[in-house]
Design a protein around this ligand. Sequence first.
Ligand SMILES: NC(=O)c1ccc[n+]([C@@H]2O[C@H](COP(=O)([O-])OP(=O)(O)OC[C@H]3O[C@@H](n4cnc5c(N)ncnc54)[C@H](OP(=O)(O)O)[C@@H]3O)[C@@H](O)[C@H]2O)c1
Length: 284
Amino acid sequence: MTSINIIGAGRLGQTLAYLAQASGRYRIGAVLCRSLPAAQAACGFIGAGTPLCRLAALPAAELTLIAVPDGEIARVAANLAQGRFLSPGTVAFHASGAGEAALLAPLAAQGVHCASLHPAFSFADPARAVVDFAGTRCALEGDAAAFAALQTLAAALGGVPFLLAPGGKVAYHAALSVASNYLVTLHDLAARVAASAGIEPEVATALLGDLMCKTLGNSLALGPAAALTGPVVRGDAGTVAAHRRVLSAADDALYCALGTATLRLAATRLDAEAQAAVAAVLRD
Ligand SMILES: NC(=O)c1ccc[n+]([C@@H]2O[C@H](COP(=O)([O-])OP(=O)(O)OC[C@H]3O[C@@H](n4cnc5c(N)ncnc54)[C@H](OP(=O)(O)O)[C@@H]3O)[C@@H](O)[C@H]2O)c1
């Protein structure tokens, strides 16, 4: 059995600790929060672990998960290093999406193998998360000496680990933000424009939801350039101009920015004259 300490047993920490314990392959050592009652409640959920609220009381462990909020990771790592609480040769990792393993630099300087393991999952509620986690992609980055242990852990949790290239963490997280957050922004834009056409909200939800899901399916199957349909890729500058006339100023700015990016995507399927006509309408 591999031993693991959990520092920061919130939504992610409790979920990963519960799944590690349930795998039967990990022994949960300490579960540490800033307050003892929070650590005790987390141990109750996990079904294992010793509740703690002081780093100095940490028992030895092969793995240390630092699952505190992003802004606290470097401070916790510095405190762990200052007290020399982790042994050289053990693995310490955090779970931030955008932060690199370098946040743990003071520990790396002491010979601790430091990495980040980011599950691309929304941990809103641990009780729901432990049920839904299986199949989640887990991005690994940092000291290669930590990878084998963390790949084994991710797989034991039900996740699917993959390695990120050095320096790729921020771009990785930006890609997730675009794919997840901005998809919602596009839905919101489409819903507001549909409302301005007098379409009832429940009809708009079905109409746009069906179209968005099928379009995403096409894009994933065929690739974005081949999946593109509509007035921009047809070179229909007149329709693009008509669209712009029914949009508010703010929505028009977003429409034009997206239209310009769409025109670049359509470049191989449009002749130069059609491209120039659509570009001119989007610029005016
Ligand atoms: N939630 C998600 O969907 C998600 C997804 C992917 C990655 N992550 C990453 O997972 C990490 C944790 O996020 P979370 O959403 O689980 O946060 P969270 O629910 O706010 O939990 C944070 C935990 O850290 C404890 N804590 C805060 N400061 C501490 C400190 N200085 N020392 C020790 N414990 C401390 C808190 O307990 P007390 O307040 O009782 O001290 C709490 O248990 C972050 O790096 C985040 O980016 C989260």
